[in-house]
Design a protein around this ligand. Structure first.
Ligand code: FAD
Length: 283
């Protein structure tokens, strides 16, 4: 089945990591022909320089456009305007606009409180130059008071000018389908692309999931726990779980697939192959 694919990387910390990532994005570009590669932005702008360098490298070296993540909490309007101008000079056309989380110890939230304010600012500053993606949470954001409020807050980002959304990862397709249905009821008509996290390390996945509010269903936790140190069996099982989820999402009509690659290529290529996901561009 043809479906647009996008892949997310984090900016490497060393020259060695940068060389490794170069080989990975070139391989993914050739094999999966993704619509874009996105690059994360550390809390409070902590990776600002490395995100920029990685984005520039991908934009120059790969046939796939780069899309920087940009979080606004702790930032000033002037600082964000400066970053947007730098990306525009590189001919970057897509941004993943986020609130982010204030790093511990940082008290000043800066000029922005929520991601909808960043989306509005990007439109005010750069008009329609950027295609803006925002974050969506089928299992709801951990700080949201309730599901209804979280959906209304999501709608504010769309009303402010977001063109598309990428979800937090999940392992329950029902959560995604219900979220998409709820959005339709609220007349939210932007594509909501599911974010997919491969399973390769239980401890790391459990830590991430607890921190970001993604639900690891009990049956999945128990199965993963039972593999103990047997990483090969865990990875084989995790691969099957994510292949099934990916294939179900394609059948359910998901408008695209966004992979949290963890700067790996092989696992993502194998997932797409086994789930029958063939690349297509939607423009
Ligand atoms: P918002 O949409 O602003 O929502 C944050 C919380 O505030 C929610 O609980 C929402 O319900 C509530 N809220 C929103 N608007 C209002 C309002 N007007 N009044 C009251 N409450 C409101 N983090 C990074 O640091 N770097 C990254 O690169 C990064 N990439 C990500 C990519 C994806 C696809 C996803 C899903 C998340 C990513 N994150 C990243 C994590 C994200 O920054 C955190 O989840 C953060 O806590 C919320 O960001 P947001 O943009 O979703 O915020």
């Amino acid at each position: 089945m043809h479906i647009p694919i996008s892949c997310e990387f984090f900016p490497p910390k060393s020259d060695e990591g940068a060389a490794k990532l170069r080989a990975i994005h070139l391989r993914l570009a050739e094999t999966l022909k993704p619509e874009y590669f996105s690059v994360t932005y550390g809390a409070g702008g902590s990776t600002q320089e490395r995100t920029f360098t990685t984005v520039r490298e991908i934009q120059m070296a790969s046939s796939v456009p780069a899309a920087p993540h940009l979080s606004c909490i702790g930032s000033t309007r002037a600082g964000i305007a400066d970053i947007l101008d730098q990306y525009r000079a590189l001919d970057i056309r897509r941004i993943v606009a986020l609130r982010g989380d204030l790093p511990s110890g940082m008290r000043d939230p800066g000029d922005f409180r929520y991601a909808n304010e960043l989306v509005a600012f990007i439109r005010e500053h750069a008009g329609d130059w950027f295609h803006i993606e925002v974050a969506a949470y089928p299992e709801f954001h951990p700080q949201a008071p309730n599901a209804t409020a979280d959906l209304e807050h999501f709608k504010r980002k769309v009303d402010a000018g977001a063109n598309g959304a990428i979800t937090q990862y999940f392992y329950s397709i029902e959560a995604y389908s219900r979220f998409v249905d709820d959005c339709e009821r609220l007349q939210i008509d932007i594509p909501i692309v599911p974010g997919l996290m491969p399973i390769s390390n239980y401890t790391q996945l459990a830590r991430f999931s607890d921190a970001c509010g993604a639900d690891l269903p009990r049956w999945l936790r128990k199965r993963l726990e039972a593999f103990g140190d047997d990483m090969d069996s865990l990875r084989a099982f995790g691969h099957d779980v994510v292949v099934e989820l990916t294939a179900d999402l394609i059948s359910a009509g998901a408008p695209g697939l966004h992979f949290y690659t963890m700067n790996q290529a092989d696992s993502i290529i194998a997932l797409c192959r086994d789930a029958g996901a063939q690349p297509s561009h939607n423009g």
